[in-house]
Ligand binder design. Structure first.
Ligand code: SAM
Length: 171
């Protein structure tokens, strides 16, 4: 699976510094971000995905620190990251912690499925998709830099996504 063009387009909106990729899976974004010279911390609860990512990072010499943990019980550091990425994962309760994890002026890039995606059969659980127009409200009080919502082509398939890049206040 290739990195999201939206994520790649907004990585460099973030000031230099550490990045966090939550529920990062096998690290399509963690690796792409590390390739651009940022140290990345990637958290996922799936041991196989974590191992695969750690192996690639080691083999390629990329600075990706992999943490195998459940985000539901793994407190995130406050003010540590200039970039936080959350893709294809929706835990509304986690979002305030993602916002707090940002350093002043840091950028959150968040992209996941919307309700329209349910018609395609994956995901099936309505709790795991965004309502129309929900994402900017969810990441308030960050300032929106870019936002898009609707059908897009990804890896040869049409998927229904909402995507946002939003910045934390500078002070
Ligand atoms: C659909 S994948 C998305 C992976 C990656 N963000 C991407 O866009 O390629 C969802 C990921 O969320 C992880 N995940 C689900 N619940 C989690 C939790 N409570 N804590 C940590 N990771 C979780 C899964 O292990 C899986 O790797």
């Amino acid at each position: 699976v290739t990195p999201s063009p939206f994520v790649l387009a907004h990585v460099d909106d973030a000031p230099p510094g550490r990045a966090l990729d939550v529920a990062g899976g096998r690290g399509r974004h963690a690796l792409a971000i590390a390739r651009r010279g940022r140290p990345v911390e990637a958290i996922d609860r799936d041991p196989a995905a974590c191992r695969a990512l750690a192996d690639v990072a080691r083999a390629t010499g990329l600075r990706v620190a992999v943490v195998c943990a459940d985000l539901a019980c793994h407190p995130l550091p406050v003010g540590r990251y200039t970039l936080v990425v959350n893709t294809l994962y929706l835990d509304r309760v986690l979002v305030p912690a993602l916002v707090r994890a940002l350093a002043p002026g840091g950028v959150l890039v968040f992209e996941t499925f919307t309700r329209a995606q349910l018609a395609t059969g994956h995901p099936r659980n309505p709790a795991f998709v965004l309502e129309p127009g929900e994402l900017p409200r969810l990441v308030a009080p960050l300032r929106t830099l870019a936002y898009q919502e609707g059908p897009v082509e990804r890896d040869g398939r049409t998927v229904h996504l909402a995507s946002i890049a939003a910045r934390a206040p500078v002070a």
